[in-house]
Each structure stands twice: as C-alpha cells, then as structure tokens.
Design a protein around this ligand. Structure first.
Ligand SMILES: Nc1ncnc2c1ncn2[C@@H]1O[C@H](COP(=O)(O)OP(=O)(O)OP(=O)(O)O)[C@@H](O)[C@H]1O
Ligand SMILES: [Mg+2]
Length: 442
C-alpha cells in the first residue's frame, strides 16, 4: 500500500518542498492551494492523510479538517502551525484525528509521524477485514469493540488465522478467549471442518487420556465400545484446549508427544493414528512463570506459544464498554429500553474484575429487573454503584487515587506503559512496580 497524501498550503514553495520530499519517499502526493480546493479534491478521492497548513487566507486548517471529518470520519491529518501557536494546537486537538508539526517542518520528524500513521492505517484495515469477513460469510460470532487495543487484536487475528501454527490465547477470565479461539478457526482455511473444544480443567485426570486420544473396546473397565478421542474428532479442523495451564504434568508429556509426532494412539492400542489438527490453547495463568517454577513443562510451553494473542482486561480498554453494553442491551431486552447517561458513566467507571462476561451478566440482570424504559444508576447492581463512593483511611484513599490515576493513564494510552509512565511523570520501572503492588496486572 502506498499512502495517498494531500498537501494543503497557500505558499507554493512550501507545497513544492513537501511534495518533492514525500514523493521521494514513495508516497503519492496531491496538492491544493487553499481550503476550498482541498475539500473539493477530498470529496472525490479516497485520501487517508492530509497535511494541512493552519493559516491560509480562505479558511483555517481546523475548519478545513472539520469539513473533511464530516465527509470521512477516518481521515488522519497533520496540522502545520506557526511556531509556538499553543492555543491553536489546543483548539485543533479537540477535533481528534490530528497530529502536529511546527514550522519550519523538520522532515525527519514528519516522515516518522507519517510512518506511524501509515502503520495505524494498516492495522485498522486489517481489523476491518475481520469484521467484513464475519459479515460477508455470515459467521456465527460477533466481535464488539473498536478501542485501539481491540483494533490491534483483530489485526493480529487477520494475520494469525490463515496460518497453520499453534496459537496461545492469554487473558483474564471473561476477556473473550473462547470467542477468539472460535474466531481464529472460522477465519482459517479449516473453517468448514470441526472445531472441537476441550476444557482441561473440567475433565477428571483419570479420563483425560481417553478423552483426548480415545480408547479401544475393553481398554479399561467400563470401556465397552471403541471411542474416538477429541484429537481424532478434530481431524482436518482445529482443537481448542481451554485452560491448558490446568493440565497435569504426566498429560503434558503425552500432549507434547502428540504435537511432535502429529500422531496419537488410542488407550489400549499400540497403533499410531496420524492426526492433522490445528491447535489453539487458552489460559488465564502465566505459563512462563509456571514453567520457571516447574509446574508446566518448558518444552511444551515453547510449542504452545508459537503465536500469542493477548486479550486486554476490560478496565484497560474502557472505550469498548459503551459499545458492549449497548450490544448486550439489544441482545437481552424485549422492549425499548436504554441507558441513562449517568448509568452509562457509572458502568464505564467500574473495574469489571470479571471482564466482558461480568458486563454481559450485569446488563442481563439490569435489563430484566429495571421497570422503566430508561436504566438509571439505581437500577445497577451495588458493586457497580459503590465504585464512586470514596471511603476509608487516608492510606486507602491515596491508594485508590493512585490506582485510578494509573488506570486512567493506561486507558488513555491503550495500555502502552511507556506513554502512561511519561504522562504520570514516573519511570516505566516505577509504573510497573506500582502496577504490581496495586494488582493492576495479571
Ligand atoms: N469483544 C467481544 N464482543 C462480544 N462479546 C464478547 C466479546 N468478548 C467477550 N464476549 C462475550 O463474553 C463472554 C465471555 O467470553 P469468553 O467465554 O470467550 O471468555 P473467556 O476469556 O474464555 O473466559 P474464561 O477465562 O472465564 O473461560 C461470552 O459470552 C462472549 O461471547
Ligand atoms: Mg473460556
């Protein structure tokens, strides 16, 4: 993809300089000499990035950008302002979708900004491709959320799904691990083949081997018939080992063997059967830590985490809460009902230790019990309402404040710790230490 950029400036020298530089870098460049011309061009062409001079005779850059955002809300802009024009910067920032450069433009910085934007655009496109496939192929999963974290995740899925490699999905309880495992299968070439789920925490240890690999008739007491195991049933498709961290060590060895040799043998049989399955696993435990402690085989860990998908907890992607809440409201309501602004604000503030599943249950409960056609804060469960009350000793309150500030900084920067630390005025190391201490991380 070569990015198409529109350069808008009333000064010819500036236009020529930017156009020349950007074309040399391989971008396609169009120019406009004023705001009106820029908007006309913008209406007709799919332009993803606009370099806007802020001070032009006919219209200011922010007015031009506001018009462009009406036409295409996804457009990105770099506004070029006079040196030190901070108030303009603040005003323009409110429009969103905008980066800044001061005159005279430092070309190295400009190129770096454009590359960042280009990267973001590719990620967005990949994420959109996932949603488009779901719609076009009418697949039975719905993925809600457009936070940066979710967009990045979907862009990973778009690249991971077509490959044959093993995927390890990590995330706290209720973050959507199972949903994403299914999504990966559906978007893979194995989509028409079986998707077999195994919950490693739910199967008694003595039945595990026969569940996974099957058994022959008479292999053990009660084995009255031959039975195929989950690996055989998944043949040609995908097998999803959920809660793989709960697998006992002796079975880890057997699983490892299966992965190495791509063969299984049923309990009570010496015969090897080849199986062609794609393995997807999930856990809310830290397998690396477990491997270090000796409770999870290190060699198996390396086999499982060839590709890794990390699902962020909901409290670190609060931008998804409203969209998810409205989606679940629609799913569970049998009459016209909506959230009041205050109730929604309260939901967004809540930490959701149980993540998306907890939000789903809260909405289900609330919508069933609420009497009116508007959900009020008083309709929400106590744990959500009690969030906003500040109580406790000085130390407890300070901790709560610290936690809130750290959470807000992390949310604002989509969990990117370097940026959050910068905003808070502390080092990344101190941030990580505090996150650990305040249990903000899994
Ligand atoms: N992005 C999302 N969009 C829509 N629904 C979602 C999303 N994420 C999760 N859900 C829903 O939330 C619920 C919990 O998700 P899921 O069962 O996949 O979580 P999990 O990570 O496997 O949880 P656990 O660790 O407890 O097994 C499901 O009903 C799922 O459909
Ligand atoms: Mg699950």
């Amino acid at each position: 993809m070569s990015l198409k950029i529109l350069v808008v400036d009333d000064e010819q020298i500036q236009r020529d300089m930017l156009k020349g530089f950007l074309e040399k870098q391989g971008f396609r460049v169009l120019t406009a000499t004023n705001g009106r011309e820029a908007i006309e061009l913008f209406k007709d062409l799919p332009l993803q990035l606009v370099l806007l001079d802020h001070k032009m005779p006919d219209m200011t850059g922010d007015n031009v950008l506001a018009k462009m955002l009406e036409i295409n809300p996804h457009v990105r802009a770099i506004m070029i302002t006079a040196y030190g024009a901070v108030d303009t910067a603040v005003k323009v920032m409110k429009l969103g979708a905008v980066d800044f450069m001061e005159k005279p433009v430092n070309l190295t910085d400009l190129l770096e900004q454009i590359q960042t934007i280009e990267h973001d655009l590719i990620v967005e496109e990949e994420a959109l491709a996932v949603t488009a496939s779901l719609e076009q192929q009418n697949l039975p999963v719905n993925i809600i959320g457009s936070s940066t974290a979710m967009t990045r995740l979907l862009s990973m899925v778009q690249r991971i799904a077509p490959s044959p490699w093993t995927v390890l999905i990590r995330g706290e309880t209720g973050t959507g691990k199972e949903l994403f495992a299914h999504l990966i299968h559906l978007l893979s070439p194995r989509t028409g083949e079986p998707f077999i789920e195994v919950n490693c925490a739910a199967i008694p240890e003595n039945l595990f081997e026969s569940e996974l690999f099957g058994h022959e008739k008479g292999a053990f007491t009660g084995a009255n018939n031959m039975r195929k195991g989950r690996f055989e049933l998944a043949s040609g498709g995908s097998i999803f080992l959920d809660e793989v961290g709960e697998l006992p060590l002796n079975l880890q060895a057997k699983l490892l063997r299966t992965l190495q040799e791509k063969k299984i043998s049923r309990v009570g049989s010496e015969k090897d059967i080849s199986v062609d399955v794609r393995l997807i696993t999930a856990t809310n435990r830290n397998l690396k830590d477990m491997a270090d402690k000796g409770t999870f085989r290190e060699d198996l860990y390396y086999r499982l985490h060839v590709l890794e998908l990390e699902l962020a907890p909901l409290r670190l992607r609060k931008n998804d809460i409203k969209e998810l809440a409205e989606y679940f409201l629609e799913k569970f309501s049998f009459r016209p009902i909506k959230f009041s602004t205050d109730a929604m604000t309260m939901l967004v503030k809540y930490e959701f230790p149980g993540n998306v599943r907890e939000l789903e249950h809260i909405v289900q409960r609330t919508v069933t019990l609420a009497r009116g056609s508007v959900i009020l804060p008083s309709d929400l469960p106590t744990e959500v309402r009690s969030q906003t009350r500040v109580t406790g000793t000085l130390d407890q309150r300070l901790k709560a404040l610290e936690k809130e500030m750290i959470n807000q900084a992390l949310e604002k920067h989509d969990g990117i710790q370097t940026r959050a630390a910068e905003e808070l005025g502390i080092s990344e190391r101190v941030l990580r230490y505090k996150m650990g201490k305040l249990k903000l991380k899994d």
